[in-house]
Design a protein. Sequence first.
Lengths: 107, 164
Amino acid sequence: MQPLPFTSLEDVFNDPTLLMKNPQEVWEPAFIEALVQGNSAWRIEQLGRGSHAGTGMILREVNTNGDLTDRIVQWHPGGGYHGSQPYWKVSSGKIGTVRIGPQFSQP
Amino acid sequence: MKTQSIRLQIDAEIIPATSLGGFTLGTPVRDIQELITGLGVWKAGSYQLVLPFEARYTFGEGTIALSVDVRNGKIFKIIAGVGYKGLLFNKIAPGILVGQAMQLEPRLYYSEAEEVILCKGISGLTLNVAEIDPPAHLVPNLAISAISVIAEEAFTASGQAGYW
Protein backbone atom coordinates (compact mmCIF):
# COMPACT_ATOMS: atom_id res chain seq x y z
CA MET A 1 0.00 0.00 0.00
CA GLN A 2 1.34 3.40 -0.96
CA PRO A 3 2.17 5.42 2.19
CA LEU A 4 0.64 8.83 2.76
CA PRO A 5 3.13 11.63 2.13
CA PHE A 6 1.98 13.36 5.32
CA THR A 7 1.48 12.38 8.93
CA SER A 8 -1.23 14.74 10.16
CA LEU A 9 -3.97 17.04 8.94
CA GLU A 10 -1.77 19.90 10.12
CA ASP A 11 0.43 19.06 7.13
CA VAL A 12 -2.65 19.20 4.89
CA PHE A 13 -3.58 22.68 6.10
CA ASN A 14 -0.02 23.78 5.37
CA ASP A 15 -0.17 22.24 1.89
CA PRO A 16 -3.60 21.00 0.74
CA THR A 17 -2.09 19.63 -2.48
CA LEU A 18 -0.74 16.74 -0.39
CA LEU A 19 -4.23 15.28 -0.79
CA MET A 20 -3.39 14.52 -4.43
CA LYS A 21 -2.32 10.87 -4.60
CA ASN A 22 -1.08 11.37 -8.14
CA PRO A 23 -2.03 13.75 -10.96
CA GLN A 24 -5.12 11.70 -11.77
CA GLU A 25 -6.66 11.06 -8.35
CA VAL A 26 -6.88 12.11 -4.71
CA TRP A 27 -6.24 10.01 -1.63
CA GLU A 28 -9.22 7.87 -0.67
CA PRO A 29 -11.11 8.77 2.53
CA ALA A 30 -10.05 5.54 4.24
CA PHE A 31 -6.46 6.78 4.38
CA ILE A 32 -7.48 10.04 5.99
CA GLU A 33 -9.88 8.36 8.41
CA ALA A 34 -7.04 6.09 9.52
CA LEU A 35 -4.87 9.16 10.03
CA VAL A 36 -7.27 10.72 12.56
CA GLN A 37 -8.56 7.53 14.15
CA GLY A 38 -8.35 7.87 17.93
CA ASN A 39 -7.44 11.55 17.62
CA SER A 40 -9.93 13.52 19.73
CA ALA A 41 -8.98 16.74 17.94
CA TRP A 42 -10.86 15.56 14.85
CA ARG A 43 -14.32 14.13 14.59
CA ILE A 44 -16.29 12.73 11.70
CA GLU A 45 -19.64 14.46 11.20
CA GLN A 46 -22.45 12.01 11.88
CA LEU A 47 -25.52 14.13 11.12
CA GLY A 48 -26.07 16.55 8.24
CA ARG A 49 -26.96 20.21 8.70
CA GLY A 50 -28.53 20.80 5.30
CA SER A 51 -31.12 19.16 3.09
CA HIS A 52 -28.74 17.19 0.86
CA ALA A 53 -28.39 13.51 1.59
CA GLY A 54 -24.89 12.88 2.85
CA THR A 55 -22.61 10.87 0.62
CA GLY A 56 -19.17 12.18 1.47
CA MET A 57 -17.14 12.64 4.61
CA ILE A 58 -16.71 15.72 6.79
CA LEU A 59 -13.97 16.02 9.39
CA ARG A 60 -14.19 18.87 11.88
CA GLU A 61 -11.52 19.99 14.26
CA VAL A 62 -12.45 20.22 17.93
CA ASN A 63 -10.43 22.28 20.39
CA THR A 64 -9.52 21.22 23.92
CA ASN A 65 -12.76 22.78 25.25
CA GLY A 66 -14.79 20.57 22.95
CA ASP A 67 -15.75 23.45 20.68
CA LEU A 68 -15.46 23.38 16.93
CA THR A 69 -12.71 25.40 15.30
CA ASP A 70 -13.05 26.86 11.81
CA ARG A 71 -11.07 24.01 10.24
CA ILE A 72 -12.95 21.49 8.10
CA VAL A 73 -11.77 18.76 5.72
CA GLN A 74 -14.39 17.30 3.39
CA TRP A 75 -14.34 14.54 0.83
CA HIS A 76 -16.79 14.66 -2.06
CA PRO A 77 -17.43 11.51 -4.04
CA GLY A 78 -18.00 13.53 -7.23
CA GLY A 79 -21.10 13.75 -9.33
CA GLY A 80 -22.03 17.31 -8.45
CA TYR A 81 -21.17 20.70 -9.85
CA HIS A 82 -17.46 19.89 -10.04
CA GLY A 83 -17.77 16.78 -12.16
CA SER A 84 -17.64 13.06 -11.64
CA GLN A 85 -14.20 12.77 -10.06
CA PRO A 86 -13.87 12.66 -6.26
CA TYR A 87 -12.20 15.64 -4.63
CA TRP A 88 -11.25 17.09 -1.26
CA LYS A 89 -12.16 20.47 0.14
CA VAL A 90 -10.04 22.06 2.87
CA SER A 91 -11.43 25.08 4.71
CA SER A 92 -10.23 27.37 7.46
CA GLY A 93 -10.31 31.04 8.29
CA LYS A 94 -6.63 31.23 7.39
CA ILE A 95 -6.64 29.58 3.96
CA GLY A 96 -10.28 30.05 2.99
CA THR A 97 -11.77 27.17 0.98
CA VAL A 98 -9.48 25.15 -1.28
CA ARG A 99 -10.69 22.31 -3.52
CA ILE A 100 -8.21 19.60 -4.38
CA GLY A 101 -8.73 17.15 -7.21
CA PRO A 102 -7.60 16.43 -10.75
CA GLN A 103 -10.39 18.66 -12.08
CA PHE A 104 -9.02 21.74 -10.32
CA SER A 105 -5.99 23.85 -11.05
CA GLN A 106 -3.91 23.50 -7.91
CA PRO A 107 -3.16 26.52 -5.70
CA MET B 1 -49.85 5.13 25.70
CA LYS B 2 -49.18 8.72 24.75
CA THR B 3 -51.35 10.05 21.94
CA GLN B 4 -50.38 13.05 19.89
CA SER B 5 -52.29 15.47 17.71
CA ILE B 6 -49.33 16.57 15.66
CA ARG B 7 -50.31 17.25 12.06
CA LEU B 8 -48.59 18.57 8.98
CA GLN B 9 -48.93 22.33 8.65
CA ILE B 10 -47.66 23.47 5.29
CA ASP B 11 -48.13 27.12 6.19
CA ALA B 12 -46.55 27.16 9.65
CA GLU B 13 -43.97 29.83 10.32
CA ILE B 14 -40.35 28.68 9.98
CA ILE B 15 -38.79 29.25 13.40
CA PRO B 16 -35.01 28.64 13.55
CA ALA B 17 -33.83 26.11 16.12
CA THR B 18 -37.44 25.40 17.05
CA SER B 19 -40.13 24.32 14.61
CA LEU B 20 -41.42 24.05 11.06
CA GLY B 21 -44.37 22.37 9.38
CA GLY B 22 -46.15 21.60 12.62
CA PHE B 23 -43.16 19.67 13.99
CA THR B 24 -40.94 20.67 16.90
CA LEU B 25 -37.26 19.80 17.15
CA GLY B 26 -36.46 17.24 19.81
CA THR B 27 -39.81 15.45 19.48
CA PRO B 28 -39.44 11.65 19.76
CA VAL B 29 -40.27 9.90 16.51
CA ARG B 30 -42.64 7.62 18.41
CA ASP B 31 -44.88 10.65 18.93
CA ILE B 32 -45.38 11.06 15.18
CA GLN B 33 -45.39 7.43 14.13
CA GLU B 34 -49.00 7.66 12.92
CA LEU B 35 -47.90 10.23 10.34
CA ILE B 36 -45.00 8.06 9.22
CA THR B 37 -46.74 4.71 9.01
CA GLY B 38 -47.64 4.01 5.38
CA LEU B 39 -45.26 6.55 3.82
CA GLY B 40 -44.60 5.43 0.28
CA VAL B 41 -47.31 2.78 0.47
CA TRP B 42 -50.69 4.37 1.02
CA LYS B 43 -49.39 7.83 1.91
CA ALA B 44 -47.44 10.01 -0.52
CA GLY B 45 -43.87 10.27 0.64
CA SER B 46 -40.76 8.24 1.35
CA TYR B 47 -38.16 7.37 3.93
CA GLN B 48 -34.48 6.52 3.76
CA LEU B 49 -31.24 6.52 5.71
CA VAL B 50 -29.34 9.50 4.29
CA LEU B 51 -26.42 8.97 6.69
CA PRO B 52 -25.73 5.99 8.95
CA PHE B 53 -27.47 7.71 11.87
CA GLU B 54 -29.85 10.02 9.99
CA ALA B 55 -33.27 8.71 8.98
CA ARG B 56 -35.14 11.06 6.64
CA TYR B 57 -38.94 11.04 6.37
CA THR B 58 -40.32 12.95 3.42
CA PHE B 59 -43.99 13.86 3.22
CA GLY B 60 -45.74 14.26 -0.11
CA GLU B 61 -43.38 15.45 -2.83
CA GLY B 62 -40.93 16.89 -0.35
CA THR B 63 -42.74 19.97 0.84
CA ILE B 64 -41.91 18.87 4.38
CA ALA B 65 -39.26 16.41 5.48
CA LEU B 66 -37.72 15.63 8.81
CA SER B 67 -34.60 13.91 10.00
CA VAL B 68 -34.34 11.72 13.07
CA ASP B 69 -31.17 10.74 14.92
CA VAL B 70 -31.65 6.98 15.01
CA ARG B 71 -29.45 6.70 18.11
CA ASN B 72 -31.94 8.54 20.33
CA GLY B 73 -35.06 8.70 18.16
CA LYS B 74 -35.39 12.48 18.27
CA ILE B 75 -36.11 14.90 15.44
CA PHE B 76 -32.99 17.02 14.90
CA LYS B 77 -33.83 18.66 11.56
CA ILE B 78 -37.03 19.74 9.82
CA ILE B 79 -36.92 20.75 6.17
CA ALA B 80 -39.27 22.90 4.10
CA GLY B 81 -39.03 22.25 0.37
CA VAL B 82 -40.38 24.12 -2.63
CA GLY B 83 -44.14 24.50 -2.26
CA TYR B 84 -44.01 25.13 1.47
CA LYS B 85 -46.28 28.06 2.28
CA GLY B 86 -44.90 29.19 5.62
CA LEU B 87 -42.28 31.92 5.77
CA LEU B 88 -38.91 32.46 7.39
CA PHE B 89 -38.64 35.87 9.05
CA ASN B 90 -42.09 36.58 7.62
CA LYS B 91 -40.61 37.08 4.14
CA ILE B 92 -38.54 34.17 2.81
CA ALA B 93 -39.82 30.89 1.37
CA PRO B 94 -38.21 28.04 -0.59
CA GLY B 95 -38.21 28.69 -4.33
CA ILE B 96 -37.06 32.30 -4.39
CA LEU B 97 -33.56 33.21 -5.58
CA VAL B 98 -30.84 33.36 -2.97
CA GLY B 99 -29.91 36.86 -4.10
CA GLN B 100 -33.49 37.99 -3.59
CA ALA B 101 -33.53 36.43 -0.12
CA MET B 102 -30.26 38.18 0.71
CA GLN B 103 -31.81 41.51 -0.23
CA LEU B 104 -34.80 40.78 2.01
CA GLU B 105 -32.56 39.59 4.87
CA PRO B 106 -29.01 41.01 4.66
CA ARG B 107 -27.77 38.75 7.46
CA LEU B 108 -27.94 35.75 5.10
CA TYR B 109 -24.60 34.61 3.66
CA TYR B 110 -23.29 31.57 1.83
CA SER B 111 -20.70 29.46 3.64
CA GLU B 112 -18.62 27.75 1.00
CA ALA B 113 -17.07 25.55 3.69
CA GLU B 114 -20.42 24.38 5.10
CA GLU B 115 -22.13 24.40 1.68
CA VAL B 116 -25.23 26.02 3.14
CA ILE B 117 -26.60 29.51 3.50
CA LEU B 118 -26.47 30.69 7.10
CA CYS B 119 -27.83 33.74 8.90
CA LYS B 120 -25.49 35.83 11.00
CA GLY B 121 -26.56 35.81 14.64
CA ILE B 122 -29.24 33.16 14.11
CA SER B 123 -28.53 29.56 15.11
CA GLY B 124 -30.44 26.47 14.11
CA LEU B 125 -31.07 27.52 10.52
CA THR B 126 -29.67 26.47 7.14
CA LEU B 127 -30.81 27.17 3.60
CA ASN B 128 -29.83 25.04 0.64
CA VAL B 129 -29.69 25.25 -3.12
CA ALA B 130 -30.19 22.15 -5.23
CA GLU B 131 -26.66 22.26 -6.66
CA ILE B 132 -24.02 20.42 -4.64
CA ASP B 133 -21.00 22.52 -3.61
CA PRO B 134 -21.45 25.40 -6.06
CA PRO B 135 -18.84 28.17 -6.19
CA ALA B 136 -19.88 31.08 -3.99
CA HIS B 137 -20.24 33.55 -6.86
CA LEU B 138 -22.96 31.43 -8.50
CA VAL B 139 -25.13 31.03 -5.43
CA PRO B 140 -27.08 34.33 -5.55
CA ASN B 141 -28.51 33.30 -8.93
CA LEU B 142 -29.71 29.92 -7.69
CA ALA B 143 -33.09 29.22 -6.13
CA ILE B 144 -33.47 28.20 -2.50
CA SER B 145 -34.39 24.53 -2.68
CA ALA B 146 -34.91 24.01 1.04
CA ILE B 147 -34.97 25.78 4.38
CA SER B 148 -34.06 23.68 7.42
CA VAL B 149 -34.35 24.27 11.12
CA ILE B 150 -31.93 22.22 13.19
CA ALA B 151 -31.38 21.33 16.82
CA GLU B 152 -27.97 22.84 17.55
CA GLU B 153 -27.51 20.52 20.52
CA ALA B 154 -27.28 17.62 18.06
CA PHE B 155 -24.15 19.21 16.58
CA THR B 156 -22.10 19.59 19.74
CA ALA B 157 -19.33 17.09 20.44
CA SER B 158 -21.65 14.97 22.61
CA GLY B 159 -24.56 15.53 20.23
CA GLN B 160 -22.55 14.12 17.34
CA ALA B 161 -22.00 11.05 19.49
CA GLY B 162 -25.76 10.67 19.87
CA TYR B 163 -26.08 12.13 23.36
CA TRP B 164 -28.39 15.10 23.18
